[in-house]
Design a protein around this ligand. Structure first.
Ligand code: 6PG
Length: 478
């Protein structure tokens, strides 16, 4: 590498700033830029001594300082700000330069940008970057998509240097063409939503079902983190639950407003699943649970009006505590199974050729959903890349079999106690629906035929059929 800045990074909010520092820590010379120059100046004042970082005020100076072909990373907010940055940069670039969007873009936007940027001979990559601010600084999981050749030639060594490593393998791999990287990041975030919803439901049931105090629940999560449930989100759940609010002396979780926010990636995942026709119940319930939580004032009013079962505490209900660990693990398997099925369907629809085992591999470290069992997912797709559903892999089929009784007890108890557990129950319903060789949809088809002559297919012969419901009642092949 020359001593000229090798990478240009624009957008010095937390993720961008930390990614620039991560690059510099790996001795990769970075030219930084931000829309407001004061932020760039502050960044250099705070971190300029950490490595080869240089600052530029104007876009023209920043771009022309870079070695060729140029490698530029945009770390600005998804949506209009990303379009604005691209529009600003493009006139300064030459054919062969590489522009990377490292934000949480919608993959359809990335596909559009990929097409429009290509008209200038510039390569556009959409890279999902996961791991929050800590990951960006010390090693994120990176999901790059777009043109493969420039990626392999110029981007791969840079990304592999700064990504998290697990067993010597970087948590970064080329994902696929155009929007594939941002798509995979979107599904990652959808799974993140489902994981967090399952954790929240577990906390709720431990507290209001088993009657545990918050510090006891923190200890329970800590214990779970020593088991097959070991994951970053379980680990940090213990930390959040153990935190006391300095002002009130209460557990922090008791003073945080119970209305979950979202920036949109979970909703996009659910919307895309609806478009693809993939049953993505866990993630979708998690999105709806956030939107229901946000109806705070309506919920407060309804609490005084709508009846539930008579309150009772089952303090010391050890069965529920034990059962919850199993229910959490089984439901987690289901949400990953659904997310991976969605990626398989999208890969087929978009012609991306996604390697699902490789996606599990790069999610083992750095990202928010990193978890011990991702190694098992990697093995499952390694053994059978065309696996129809993760639940069918021997390891997971057995795990679900072991967990199913406690899982059912948790869902039943939650319903009895009036404690909402949408992610637990929808995951169990998916499991039961998926393992059902014959279900009740035949009746739906019959109804559709009666009221709308929509026809039905038979189990015993090919063709579409319709009953003359208002006539002689005979079946006709259409
Ligand atoms: C990550 C996170 C990151 C961000 C989410 C939060 O992988 O590092 O997913 O991208 O924390 O976008 O999303 P919500 O604000 O929608 O919860």
């Amino acid at each position: 590498m020359t001593s000229e800045p090798h990478v240009g990074l624009t957008g010095l909010a937390t993720m961008g700033a930390n990614l620039a520092r991560n690059l510099a820590h790996h001795a990769i010379p970075v030219a930084v830029h931000n829309r407001t120059f004061s932020r760039t100046e502050k960044f250099i004042a705070d971190y300029g001594s950490e490595g080869p970082l240089s600052a530029y005020e104007s876009t023209a100076d920043w771009v022309s300082a870079l070695s060729r072909p140029r490698l530029l990373i945009s770390m600005v907010q998804a949506g209009a700000p990303t379009d604005a940055v691209i529009e600003e940069i493009i006139p300064h670039l030459d054919p062969g330069d590489i522009l990377i969007d490292g934000g949480n873009a919608n993959f359809r936007d990335t596909q559009r940008r990929h097409r429009s940027v290509a008209q200038h001979g510039v390569h556009f990559l959409g890279a999902g970057v996961s791991g929050g601010e800590e990951g960006a600084l010390n090693g994120p999981s990176i999901m790059p998509g777009g043109d493969r050749d420039p990626y392999e030639r110029a981007v791969r060594p840079v990304f592999e240097a700064i990504a998290a490593q697990v067993d010597g393998t970087p948590c970064c791999t080329y994902v696929g063409p155009d929007g594939a990287g941002h798509y995979v990041k979107m599904v990652h975030n959808g799974i993140e939503y489902a994981d967090m919803q399952l954790i929240a439901e577990s906390y709720d049931l431990l507290r209001h079902g088993a009657g545990l105090e918050v510090p006891e629940i923190a200890a329970c999560f800590e214990q779970w983190n020593q088991s097959e449930l070991e994951s970053f989100l379980i680990e940090i759940s213990a930390r959040v639950l153990a935190k006391t609010d300095e002002a009130s002396g209460q557990p922090l979780v008791d003073v945080i407003l119970d209305a979950a926010e979202q920036k949109g990636t979970g909703r996009w995942t659910a919307q895309n699943a609806l478009e693809l026709g993939v049953p993505l119940t866990g993630i979708t319930e998690a999105v709806f649970a956030r939107t229901l939580s946000a109806l705070k004032s309506e919920r407060v009013a309804a609490a005084g009006r709508l009846a539930g079962p008579a309150p009772g505490t089952s303090r010391g209900d050890e069965t529920l505590v034990d059962d919850l660990g199993h229910a959490l693990y089984a439901s987690k398997i289901v949400s990953y199974a659904q997310g991976f099925a969605q990626m398989a369907a999208a890969s087929q629809a978009e012609g991306w050729g996604l390697d699902l085992g490789a996606m599990a591999t790069i999610w083992r470290g750095g990202c928010i959903i990193r978890a011990r069992f991702l190694d098992r997912i990697r093995e499952a797709y390694g053994a059978d890349p065309a696996l129809a559903n993760l639940m069918l892999a021997e390891f997971f089929a057995q795990a679900l079999e072991r967990a199913q009784d406690p899982w059912r007890r948790v869902v039943a108890k939650a319903a009895e106690m009036g404690i909402p557990a949408p992610a637990f129950s929808s995951s169990l319903a998916y499991y039961d629906g998926y393992r059902r060789a014959r279900g009740p949809a035949s009746l739906i088809q019959g109804l559709r035929d009666l009221f709308g002559a929509h026809t039905y297919r038979r189990i015993d012969r090919e063709g579409a059929f319709h009953i003359s419901w208002s006539g002689d009642g005979a079946e006709n092949e259409i």
